[in-house]
Design a protein. Structure first.
Length: 224
């Protein structure tokens, strides 16, 4: 599987002839090199309705015919805009072809840029091509992350930007609860307010946990 960091909390996963995009915030991003025409997902998975996560969903899913997979409220919002959508909610799992999607709790909020209610914010566990990946969405640290790690995680994508989400210290505690094999930090440096030393975070993860940690610049990829 190839994972491409799209910038902010945006991720593209490609494996087994399936492309999944999570929280694509591209055109509003100040410095990602990714362009919308590089994305042709089968699924667009959205953790919550904030503009930096809903992002370019309408353009991307409209162009590729992808199914928007999210909370009932976000799926309904997508359907109202003529997009294919599939409504789920926290704790539920569903399999879409080669990809299993299960939503988890997240401690945050969720409303669209136009003020529409976005339901509860969520994180998501994706299983694709034998890999189990947790994208935390925007969240505070919470002890039930222990339950999310149960069964093993090949990769945890964790916000470290602070202010709106966990900062580096709480994200490090999240790694201790989740016990993933690898960690990639996200949701930092996009704006001045979210400025963080991701390299220092990565060395703290390596020295204090058994996880590997990779810092990706927007547009960079890793193979899983
Ligand atoms: Ni948010
Ligand atoms: Mn956010």
């Amino acid at each position: 599987m190839r994972l491409r960091f799209l910038g902010h909390s945006g991720m593209q996963l490609v494996a087994a002839g399936t492309e999944v995009v999570i929280d694509p915030y591209i055109s509003g991003h100040p410095n990602t090199p990714v362009t919308l025409d590089e994305l042709a997902p089968d699924l667009v998975v959205i953790t919550h309705a904030h503009g930096d996560h809903w992002g370019d969903t309408e353009a991307i899913a409209g162009a590729s015919g992808a199914t928007v997979v999210s909370s009932a409220e976000i799926a309904g919002y997508a359907a109202d805009r003529g997009l294919k959508s599939h409504a789920m909610n926290i704790g539920g799992a569903h399999t879409f072809g080669a990809c299993r999607v299960k939503f988890t709790p997240a401690w945050h909020s969720s409303s669209f840029p136009d003020g529409s209610y976005g339901g509860m914010p969520m994180g998501v566990i994706l299983e694709l091509a034998g890999q189990r990946i947790y994208h935390a969405g925007d969240t505070a640290l919470f002890e039930d992350m222990k339950l999310i790690g149960r069964g093993g995680l090949d990769l945890a994508l964790l916000p470290i930007g602070d202010n709106y989400t966990m900062g580096p210290e709480d994200a490090l505690a999240a790694v201790e609860l989740l016990q993933p094999k690898r960690v990639v930090p996200m949701h930092y440096d996009t704006f001045d307010l979210l400025s963080q030393d991701a390299v220092a975070f990565a060395s703290a993860v390596r020295s204090r946990t058994s996880a590997e940690c990779e810092v990706l610049r927007p547009g960079e990829t890793i193979d899983l």
